[in-house]
Design a protein around this ligand. Structure first.
Ligand code: MF3
Ligand code: CO
Ligand code: CO
Length: 270
C-alpha cells in the first residue's frame, strides 16, 4: 500500500489520515520507539560510549523485526541521534565516554509495517546537575503544553505560541533552526511544526493529521551552528540544550500521543 492510498491532502499539503484505520499502525510504531527509549535507560551511565548505546538500540530495532528510519536517511548511518550537553540535535554516536553529570537526548525513529514512530527524551549519566534539571523539566513541560492545545480548529501557531511563552517565562530560549514535522507513512512531511509563533496563525489542525512536536530549549541564546560533520548541531554560545519529542495524531476532540512510555519513564524525574 503506497502513501497516496492514505487519505487526502489539505490546501497546505498536509495529509489527512483515517483515525479508525491508520492510527493503530501509528500506535504500534510509536510504542516500539518508546519501548526502546525505556529499555535503553539502564545503559546510560558514566563511562559508557554513545556508540555502544547506539549499537544496543540497533539490536533492539532488529530484535523487534522493525526497521530504523535513520540508517541510510540522507547518508546518516546510525539508529539513533545522541545529543550530549550543548549538542542541540542530530548528535552522531561515537567513541566518547559519558561523564558524571552529562545530559543527553536520545532520538529514535522506527518503521513498523510502513508506519513511522519518532520520539526522543532526556537522560543523565551519573548525578543530574541542578541547572540541567531545571532545563530538562522546562523542556518536557513545554512539549506537553504544546500537545495540550492540539485539537481540530486550533492552529499550528497556537502550538508554537504555547511552547514559546512557557519556555521564555522561565528565561530559557526556543531553538528556531529545527522544527517538528508531519509523519505517517513517511518520515518528514508537511507541515513544519514550529516551536514558537503567534496564536491563530499557520495551518488549521484537522482530525487525522499526524505530526511530531519536538522542542529544543537552550539555557542561553537560541542560535545554533552545525559542525563540519554536517549533522551535529550545537548551541553557538555553548549553553546546555535539551529536547523531548512525541509523535501525535489529531482526534475529533483533541489528540492521541503514540509515543507514550509504556513504563512511565518519559518524564525526566522517573
Ligand atoms: N529523529 C529526528 C527527528 O526528530 C531526525 C533524525 S534524522 C537523522 O526528526 F538522520 F539525523 F537521524
Ligand atoms: Co522528529
Ligand atoms: Co526524532
Amino acid at each position: 500500500m503506497n502513501n497516496e492510498s492514505h487519505g487526502r491532502l489539505t490546501k497546505d499539503g498536509i495529509r489527512i489520515y483515517d483515525p479508525a484505520t491508520d492510527f493503530p499502525g501509528m500506535h504500534a510504531a510509536g510504542r516500539l520507539a518508546a519501548t526502546i527509549l525505556d529499555d535503553i535507560a539502564p545503559h546510560v551511565k558514566v563511562g559508557q560510549t554513545t556508540d555502544e548505546i547506539d549499537r544496543i538500540i540497533t539490536d533492539m530495532v532488529d530484535a523487534a523485526g522493525a526497521t530504523s528510519a535513520t540508517i541510510g536517511y540522507k547518508g546518516y548511518q546510525h539508529a539513533s541521534c545522541i545529543s550530549v550537553n550543548h549538542v542541540v540535535c542530530h548528535g552522531i554516536p561515537g567513541p566518547k565516554t559519558l561523564k558524571d553529570g552529562d545530559i543527553l537526548n536520545i532520538d529514535v525513529t522506527v518503521i513498523v509495517d510502513g508506519w513511522y514512530g519518532d520520539t526522543s527524551r532526556m537522560y543523565v549519566a551519573g548525578r543530574l546537575p541542578r541547572k540541567a534539571e531545571r532545563l530538562i523539566e522546562v523542556t518536557h513541560d513545554a512539549l506537553m503544553k504544546g500537545i495540550e492545545v492540539v485539537k481540530p480548529g486550533n492552529t499550528f501557531g497556537d502550538i508554537g505560541h504555547a511552547i514559546q511563552t512557557f519556555v521564555e517565562s522561565h528565561r530559557m530560549s526556543v531553538v528556531r533552526d529545527f522544527c517538528g514535522h508531519g509523519l505517517g507513512r513517511v518520515f518528514h512531511a508537511p507541515p513544519n511544526v514550529l516551536h514558537y509563533g503567534r496564536p491563530g496563525t499557520g495551518a488549521v489542525l484537522e482530525e487525522g493529521m499526524l505530526f511530531t512536536i519536538e522542542p529544543m530549549v537552550n539555557l542561553g541564546r537560541p542560535e545554533t551552528k552545525t559542525l563540519a560533520d554536517d549533522w551535529t548541531a550545537v548551541t553557538r554560545d555553548k549553553s546546555l540544550s535539551a529536547q523531548f519529542e512525541h509523535s501525535v495524531g489529531v482526534t475529533a476532540d483533541g489528540f492521541e500521543i503514540f509515543t507514550l512510555s509504556p513504563a512511565g519513564k518519559f518524564h525526566p524525574t522517573y
